[in-house]
Design a protein around this ligand. Structure first.
Ligand SMILES: [Zn+2]
Length: 205
């Protein structure tokens, strides 16, 4: 069903593009916002605009950071930040899922996607050069590749493994046991925990 007011149609259309929302929920949200214009719609619009201009992706580790502040999640700006392990994940939700298992408390490198011709992700957008730099600068001993068990995730894992050849480090990836086609973000803690615990080396130096 279409409303006749173009501004409202546009609002519903944009809301329906958010993950997990269909046209029906989008309509409900749009009408709810209109009903609460001053108390919710206005502050939400201002917050969105502010987030759009102020929140950026850290070009070193891939975490989210404020435009005018240091990277707080990974604290990757510390020059002498030496650590043994670096875990590579596709996105921030994967990092949160990994942290929830309590099996790993180290540092992360957030790719922001997987290698894909379709969505335009390439080694540059995935911060692969920065990853190599971090491994060298921070004296990383082990890189743990925690990409999803999808074709794209595994292709990316292979690419990262190839990119890190020549460095004297151990490279591991999550063990099989992850359901094929599954995405890290949606796994239950137990599956993710055991997959992480029994991770296998891809290559070892
Ligand atoms: Zn950072």
């Amino acid at each position: 069903m279409k409303f006749t007011e173009p501004a409202l149609d546009n609002l519903i259309n944009l809301i329906s593009r958010l993950p997990g929302l269909g046209p029906k929920s989008a309509r409900r949200i749009a009408l709810y916002l209109l009903k609460n214009k001053d108390s919710l719609m206005k502050p939400l619009a201002e917050t969105l605009s502010n987030a759009h201009s102020k929140i950026i992706r850290c070009q070193i580790c891939g975490a989210i950071k404020s435009l005018d502040a240091n990277c707080t999640i990974e604290k990757c700006y510390y020059i002498n930040n030496s650590y043994d392990q670096l875990c590579i994940v596709e996105n921030i939700a994967d990092m949160w899922a990994m942290e929830a298992t309590n099996i790993y408390k180290g540092h992360y490198h957030i790719l922001g996607g997987t290698l894909s011709a379709l969505n335009g992700s390439n080694p540059e957008t995935l911060l692969i050069n920065s990853l190599i730099e971090r491994v060298k600068k921070n004296n990383v001993k082990e890189v743990i590749i925690a990409t999803s068990a999808t074709i794209e995730g595994q292709t990316t894992a292979h690419y990262i493994n190839d990119s890190l050849q020549g460095l004297s480090i151990k490279i591991t990836k999550l063990a099989h046991g992850l359901p094929v086609g599954s995405e890290i973000e949606y796994l239950d803690d137990g599956t993710l925990f055991s997959a992480f615990k029994y991770r296998n080396p891809i290559s070892e130096k």
